[in-house]
Ligand binder design. Structure first.
Ligand code: FAD
Ligand code: NDP
Length: 600
C-alpha cells in the first residue's frame, strides 16, 4: 500500500514511516541492484506479498535513502522491514530465512485472545492517563505503568507525570505567588492600608503547593480505579513485542501481555557534562519541593523553564540571574522574546548573556549552601565567576526512550534526541503507539499530549477517525508578565510567505489596572501577523501582558476558524480589557508609525 499523503516537501519522514507500518513487508529497493532482485525473488517464492519502493525511480530517492540511514543505521539497499520492524539487507533476510526466523516474523503465532490486556500504557502522565482512561471508557482492558526515577538529589513524586508534579501546576501556582507580590504593591495605590513589611515565606508556599499536588495524585489514582484501569507503580520495559516487565521500587517484578501499547514516558531534565553541575545543581524536578528557600539563584538556560522559574523567584523577592547561551526562547517570535526579557530585566532579573558554565564548586555547606560557578563568554572572552546559593539547570530535556526495551522490539527512535517518529501517533511497529513529549516534531505541552492520547484511543476503540491537529496550538510563557502566542512567529511567517506578503499590525498598550498603580507603561505589546495573499488571514497572534494565557485561548479558536484581520476589526471589543487590543490594531509595522500606548 502506498501512503496517502505523499507530501514529500515537508513530510518525508512521515511518508517513509507510513510505507513501513502500512505494509507487512516493505522493501526499499533499486531497480538496478542485483541484491534487491534477490530479496524480492525470495518473498515472491514464499508467496509473501510485499511493497517495493524503487528509490532510483523516485525524485527524492536519495533523501529517502539518507533518512533510512538516519533511522536504521543502514545506508544501503535493499532495506527490508517486516511488520514495521527493521530486518536489514539481502544477507540479513536470506539468513533469517535460512534460520527459520523469517516465517515467524511473517506469521506471528500469538492472537489477540492470548493477551491479558487490550492496551498497556507506559507512563502515567498527561498523555498516558488520557489514552488509558479513554480506552477504558470503551470497555477495554487497560493497564498504566508509571514510575518516577528519583532525581540526582533524590526527589520523587506521585502519579500524574511532569505537568502535575514538577511542571505546569506547581509552576503556575508559584507564578501566581509572584503576581500577588505585584498586587500587594499595587494595593496601596488602590486605597488599601498595606504595611511595607510584607515578606515571602518559601516554606509556606512550597507546602501549600505540595499539598495541592498530593490531592491531585490521589485524584488520579481514584479516577483509574473508578474506570477499572489497572495501575502498576513500576518501571516498564519491553521484553518482547507484546510483553512488558515492570519493576517496582522494592525490586518486585510483574509481567504484562498486551495486544497494543502506548508509549507516553515523557522527558526529564538534561545535565550538561560540566564538573560539579550534576552534584550541586537542581532542576525543575527538584525546585518546587525544595526543602529550603533557594535564595540567590542562577538559572542556566534561556527557554521556557529557565525564564519562568527565574520570573517567579524574582517575583518572590529573590536575587536571580539568568545565564543565556545565545537567544531567549528559541523557536518563539524573537521580538516578543526580547520584550519579555526586557521586562524581566526591568523587574530586577539579572542576565549574563552569551555565556556558558564551565565548572561548579561548593564554597559553603548548608541549605542552601554557597556555590561558585565559573563561566566563559561564548565569544571566547575571559572566564568569570558568579556566586550563588542555588543553581537551577534548565538546558533542555531528554526523551525517556532509552532503557525501555524499544530496541528489542524494533521501535525506531531518532538517534540524536531519542524522540519517536510517528505517523498519526503510530510508530514503525504497528501495534505500538506514542503520544506526548516523546514524539518527534511535537510541541511539548500538556494539552497536546492529552488531546493526542484521547483521540488515539477513540480511533483505536471507538470507531472514530479524528486526528490530533498539531497546527496553531496556543501557548503561554509565564515570565511572570505573560507572553501568549498562537501560530507563526514573525520570522517564520516571513520565511514561509515572504516579507512583502505579510502584514503585521501592532501596538503597545497599558492595561487600565496598571495606570492607577503607576507601573509598566511600555511593557505590554500585541501584534497580529496576516497573510496578505489570503484575505489577510491571521497566521500569527502574539501578546505580552497580564493574563495573556486567558486572552489567547479564545483567539486560538478564532484562528482555528480561519479568522482574517477583517473579522478582528468587525469584532466589538470588551472595554476596558487587555484582550480588546486585538480588535483595535490599526498600525502596520511597515508604516513605522509610533505605537506608544494612548488613553481610551
Ligand atoms: P509526562 O507528563 O512527563 O509523563 C510521563 C510519565 O511516565 C512520568 O510520570 C514518568 O515518570 C513515567 N515514566 C517514564 N518512563 C517510564 C517507564 N519506563 N515506566 C513507567 N513509567 C515511566 N506544558 C503546558 O502545557 N503548560 C505549562 O505551563 C507547562 N509548564 C511546564 C513547566 C515545567 C517546569 C516543565 C518541565 C514542563 C511544563 N510543561 C507545560 C510541559 C508539560 O509538563 C509536558 O508537555 C507534559 O507533562 C507531557 O506529558 P507526557 O504524557 O508526554 O509526559
Ligand atoms: P528547551 O530545549 O526549550 O531550551 C533549552 C535552553 O537551554 C535553551 O535556551 C538553550 O540555549 C539552553 N542550553 C542548552 N544547552 C545548553 C548548555 N550546554 N549551556 C547553556 N545553555 C544551554 O528546554 P526547556 O527545558 O526550557 O523546555 C522544554 C519544553 O517544556 C519546552 O519546549 C516547552 O514545550 C515545555 N514547557 C512549556 C511551558 C509552558 O507551556 N508554559 C513551560 C515550561 C516548559 P540555545 O537557545 O542556545 O540552544
Amino acid at each position: 500500500m502506498a501512503p496517502t499523503n505523499l507530501d514529500t516537501a515537508g513530510n518525508l519522514r512521515a511518508m517513509v514511516l507510513q510505507y513501513i507500518n502500512q505494509n507487512d513487508v516493505m522493501i526499499f529497493s533499486k531497480t538496478t541492484c542485483p541484491f534487491c532482485k534477490k530479496v524480492k525473488d525470495l518473498f515472491t517464492s514464499l508467496k509473501a506479498p510485499f511493497q517495493a519502493l524503487e528509490l532510483d525511480k523516485e525524485g527524492n530517492g536519495g533523501q529517502i535513502q539518507d533518512l533510512l540511514k538516519e533511522m536504521t543505521g543502514q545506508g544501503t539497499v535493499p532495506n527490508v522491514f517486516i511488520r514495521g520492524k527493521h530486518l536489514g539487507g539481502n544477507d540479513d533476510t536470506q539468513k533469517a530465512h535460512a534460520e527459520g526466523r523469517l516465517s515467524l516474523l511473517l506469521n506471528p503465532t500469538e492472537t489477540s485472545s492470548s493477551y491479558e490486556y487490550d492496551l498497556v500504557v507506559l507512563g502515567g502522565g498527561s498523555g498516558g492517563l488520557a489514552a488509558a482512561k479513554e480506552a477504558a471508557s470503551f470497555g477495554k482492558n487497560v493497564a498504566v505503568c508509571d514510575f518516577v526515577k528519583p532525581t540526582p538529589k533524590g526527589t520523587t513524586w506521585g502519579l500524574g507525570g511532569t505537568c502535575v508534579n514538577v511542571g505546569c501546576i506547581p509552576k503556575k501556582l508559584m507564578h501566581q505567588s509572584a503576581v500577588l507580590g505585584d498586587s500587594i504593591r499595587d494595593a496601596k495605590k488602590y486605597g488599601w492600608n498595606v504595611t511595607d513589611s510584607a515578606t515571602h515565606e518559601w516554606g509556606e508556599l512550597r507546602d501549600a503547593v505540595q499539598n495541592h499536588i498530593g490531592s491531585l495524585n490521589w485524584g488520579y489514582k481514584v479516577a483509574l480505579r473508578d474506570q477499572d484501569v489497572t495501575y502498576v507503580n513500576g518501571y516498564a520495559e519491553f521484553i518482547d513485542e507484546h510483553t512488558v516487565k515492570t519493576v517496582n521500587k522494592r525490586g518486585k517484578e510483574k509481567v504484562l501481555k498486551s495486544e497494543r501499547f502506548v508509549l507516553a514516558t515523557g522527558m526529564r531534565p538534561r545535565y550538561p557534562d560540566i564538573p560539579g553541575l550534576k552534584e550541586y545543581a537542581v532542576t525543575s524536578d527538584d525546585l518546587f519541593s525544595l526543602p529550603y528557600c533557594p535564595n540567590k539563584t542562577l538559572c542556566i538556560g534561556a527557554s521556557y523553564v529557565s525564564l519562568e522559574c527565574a520570573g517567579f523567584l524574582r517575583g518572590m523577592g529573590l536575587d536571580v540571574t539568568v545565564m543565556v547561551r545565545s537567544i531567549l526562547l528559541r523557536g518563539f517570535d524573537q521580538e516578543m522574546a526580547d520584550r519579555a526579557g526586557e521586562h524581566m530585566e526591568q523587574h530586577g532579573v539579572n542576565f549574563i548573556r552569551k555565556a556558558v558554565p564551565k565548572k561548579v564548586e561548593k564554597i559553603l555547606e548548608g541549605t542552601p549552601g554557597l556555590f561558585r560557578v565559573t563561566y566563559e563568554p561564548t565569544d571566547g572572552g575571559e572566564e568569570q565567576v558568579i556566586e550563588c546559593n542555588t543553581i537551577l539547570v534548565a538546558v533542555g530535556r531528554d526523551a525517556c526512550t532509552k532503557n525501555i526495551g524499544l530496541e528489542k522490539i524494533g521501535v525506531m527512535t531518532n538517534s540524536k534526541n531519542g524522540k519517536v517518529p510517528v505517523v498519526n501517533e503510530q510508530t514503525n511497529i504497528p501495534h505500538v503507539y506514542a503520544v506526548g513529549d516523546i514524539i518527534e516534531g511535537n510541541l511539548e505541552l500538556t494539552p497536546v499530549a492529552i488531546q493526542a492520547g484521547r483521540l488515539l484511543a477513540r480511533r483505536l476503540y471507538g470507531g472514530k477517525t479524528e486526528q490530533c491537529d498539531y497546527v496553531n496550538v496556543p501557548t503561554t510563557v509565564f515570565t511572570p508578565l505573560e507572553y501568549g502566542s498562537c501560530g507563526l512567529a514573525e520570522e517564520d511567517a516571513i520565511a514561509q510567505y515572504g516579507e512583502s506578503n505579510i502584514e503585521v499590525y501592532h501596538s503597545m498598550y497599558q492595561p487600565l489596572e496598571y495606570t492607577v498603580a503607576d507601573r509598566d507603561k511600555e511593557s505590554c505589546y500585541a501584534k497580529i501577523i496576516c497573510n496578505k495573499n489570503d484575505s489577510e488571514r491571521v497566521v500569527g497572534l502574539h501578546i505580552l501582558g497580564p493574563n495573556a494565557g486567558e486572552v489567547m485561548q479564545g483567539y486560538a479558536v478564532a484562528m482555528k476558524c480561519g479568522a482574517t484581520k477583517a473579522h478582528f476589526d468587525s469584532t466589538i471589543g470588551i472595554h476596558p480589557t487587555v484582550s480588546e487590543v486585538f480588535t483595535t490594531l490599526q498600525t502596520t509595522k511597515r508604516s513605522g508609525v509610533s505605537i506608544k500606548a494612548g488613553g481610551c
